[in-house]
Design a binder for this molecule. Structure first.
Ligand code: AGP
Length: 614
């Protein structure tokens, strides 16, 4: 949450910062701001609301500078208003800071600083940090980077920060712990800093990812100087970015979410690329090869994740138990980490995270790692913190997902989980060769079937129009499609603000059935698999109470068609792969309803793409 961007070099900083902030807006959009050094002054420009408000505010002002820092905020401490917007000044207004994270002990630090005569203009924890840094500098007369280092040793919490000093218009100080930070090494003696690579990729592919508790002195024309907070020198490790510029632009679509829904034939293919050979019957996940035996011998698998990734984890539970016969538990990372879980060395923990930065998921894997478990990551963002904290893992390779509502990341996570479960099951001998080959062939055909599925878009638009005014939705599914029901409900509520609940279809009778009346749309996933007849009975129960049924059915279905109000067909596939198809119409349904209700689809209220606070 919160996006930070910074530049020092020979170009105009402001346009780079604004463009970068727009790319990072998915991380929070409560307010934004920049700090620039021009004509010997350190000036702040900041505004509540989206980056566009900042642009309007800065229009006509002196924004020419070759150094600057920018921030887009997801409010934690203090309401979203101009005064709490970043950057923040130090007491003398000679330093300015941008910060992503939370300083947990800010209240006690603030009390101490207040006693020493500091006064604050905002409610934020960040302002306390920059006051602390300046206080140390004033009292010890050390150089700025040393004051930063000393201050960070006093801080409890998470931070990705960049600091400017009025006295040095060529240098920025950056540091990070538990919040992401990447430095782009430019071609013209210049440097870029950002929360992720999207603001940087246009200018350079050479990047350095800071590790926790590392500090960088970033000076135009000089090599990068890095150390940790214990003052040990660190040699910068320059890596090459793989992400392409086109991947982070809308490419003619109205919204990133729609673009990402439509990218799924490709993103699913990319999740499988080089990993399966259907003719030879081979699944090979290089990233977990060295740990495969450990998984085969595991007492149990624990999957930790949040939100949509947790839903993918639930599909993973069905897949792994079904195919590998290894017991699986799926945990909300936020609950798992605080409930003194029993973990031992024969446990394998799979952490699923699109961003690879989710604070609770990260804390959960650190806990499990300390207790000796083997940690596998399934992340989308290459080089992300979670991907680096795990023993091994497989990237989903879905490409950048910018829309706050996760779509292609979900189907890619399920694809990778399918590959893992299949590979382990085959090696363990818990799936017959013929079944294994059959599922592999089906998996290989999924991208084409998704493409076909997307042709239903206009029909789904029509259904969306009929139900856009509903105030409640129920989503029902069984077996592999129960997690899809949960995911469908989450998608709808997060972008259209319509209340929606997902349930296992049979649970309906234990409470939710009381909600059903002629106003209530009920989305039922009723594909022709194991429990089909039971789902048909559940639909009858809804119809008996005049509920409106939108059913997701297998192509050619006639039974459900006869009783449902609307049916959306998906191509036939194996039960265990059906979430890869049934989730698509639910994504489109929530997308169209949200657009029709005039909601901000890519940046829904109160949300942020990357939840780096607990
Ligand atoms: C889904 O649409 C979400 N916006 C959210 O639930 C997300 O899946 C969750 O925050 C987890 O994020 P991660 O995959 O980056 O860890």
């Amino acid at each position: 949450m919160c996006g930070i961007v910074a530049y020092v070099g020979n170009r105009e900083a402001y346009p780079i910062l604004i463009k970068g902030l727009k790319r990072l807006e998915y991380r929070g959009y409560d307010s934004s701001g920049v700090a620039l050094i021009n004509s010997g002054n350190l000036n702040l420009y900041k505004k509540q609301g989206k980056v566009i408000e900042l642009e309007k505010f800065a229009e006509g002002k002196n924004i020419s500078s070759t150094i600057g820092i920018g921030h887009t905020r997801w409010a934690t401490h203090g309401p979203p208003n101009d005064k709490n917007a970043h950057p923040h000044y130090s007491g003398s207004e000679e330093l300015a800071i941008i910060h992503n994270g939370i300083i947990e002990n800010y209240a006690s630090l603030k009390a101490e600083l207040t006693q020493r005569g500091h006064s604050f203009t905002s409610d934020t924890d960040t302002e306390v940090l920059i006051h602390l840094i300046e206080d140390i500098q004033n009292n010890t007369k050390v150089e700025l980077v040393e004051a930063v280092r000393i201050a960070l040793n006093e801080v409890i919490g998470a931070y990705a920060i960049v600091i400017l000093s009025k006295d040095d218009p060529n240098t920025m100080i950056a540091a990070k712990k538990s919040s992401p930070l990447v430095i782009g090494v430019g071609k013209d003696d210049d440097y870029f800093v950002a929360s992720d690579a999207t603001p940087i990729v246009e200018y350079t592919k050479d990047v350095v990812y800071l590790d926790d508790e590392q500090i960088a002195v970033i000076k135009k024309g000089d090599p990068l100087r890095m150390m940790d907070i214990k003052n040990q020198e660190v040699t910068p490790y320059i890596q090459e970015l793989e992400v392409q510029l086109e991947a982070i632009e809308k490419g003619g679509y109205d919204h990133f979410m729609l673009k990402e829904i439509y990218e799924q034939p490709t993103s699913i293919k990319n999740s499988m690329r080089g990993r399966i050979d259907v003719n030879k019957g081979v699944v090979s996940l290089g990233g977990i090869r060295d740990y495969e035996q450990k998984i085969i011998n595991a007492n149990r698998i624990i999957i930790v994740a949040c939100g949509t990734s947790w839903h993918a984890g639930l599909v993973g539970e069905y897949l792994f138990e079904d195919l590998t016969r290894i017991p699986v538990e799926v945990e909300y990372a936020s609950e798992f980490r605080y409930r003194n879980p029993i973990i031992n060395e024969n446990d394998v923990v799979i952490a699923i995270s699109q961003s690879g930065e989710t604070a609770d998921t990260l804390a959960a894997i650190k806990l499990a790692k300390d207790k000796g478990a083997t940690i596998i990551g399934i992340c989308n963002v290459v080089g992300s913190t979670i991907s680096r904290e795990t023993h091994c893992g497989s990237y989903t390779h879905a490409g950048p997902e910018i829309g706050v509502a996760s779509t292609k990341a979900f189907t890619s996570q399920v694809t990778v989980l399918s590959l893992m479960a299949l590979s382990i099951a085959h090696k363990k001998g818990t799936v017959s060769d013929s079944k294994y080959r059959q599922i592999l062939a089906e998996l290989d055909a999924i991208p084409t079937k998704v493409e076909e599925m997307l042709k239903s878009d206009s029909q789904i638009t029509h259904i969306s129009d009929l139900f856009k005014g509903a105030t409640n939705f129920l989503y029902l599914g069984r077996g592999y499609n129960f997690p899809v029901a949960l995911e469908g409900a989450l998608k709808l509520k997060e972008i259209s603000y319509i209340h929606a609940e997902g349930y296992p279809a049979a649970e309906m009778k234990h409470g939710p059935i009381a909600l059903i009346d002629e106003e209530m749309p009920i989305v039922v996933i009723a594909t022709k698999h194991g429990n089909y007849e039971k789902v048909v009975s559940n639909i009858e129960e809804v119809k008996a109470r005049n509920g409106k049924i939108i059913a997701i059915v297998t192509e050619g279905d006639t039974e459900v068609k006869a009783i449902a109000d609307h049916v959306i067909e998906v191509p036939a596939t194996d039960d265990c792969l059906s979430p890869l198809l049934t989730s698509i119409p639910l994504q489109l349904l929530s997308y169209h309803i949200a657009v029709m209700r005039g909601c901000h689809v890519d940046q829904p209220r109160n949300l942020a793409k990357s939840v780096t606070v607990e």
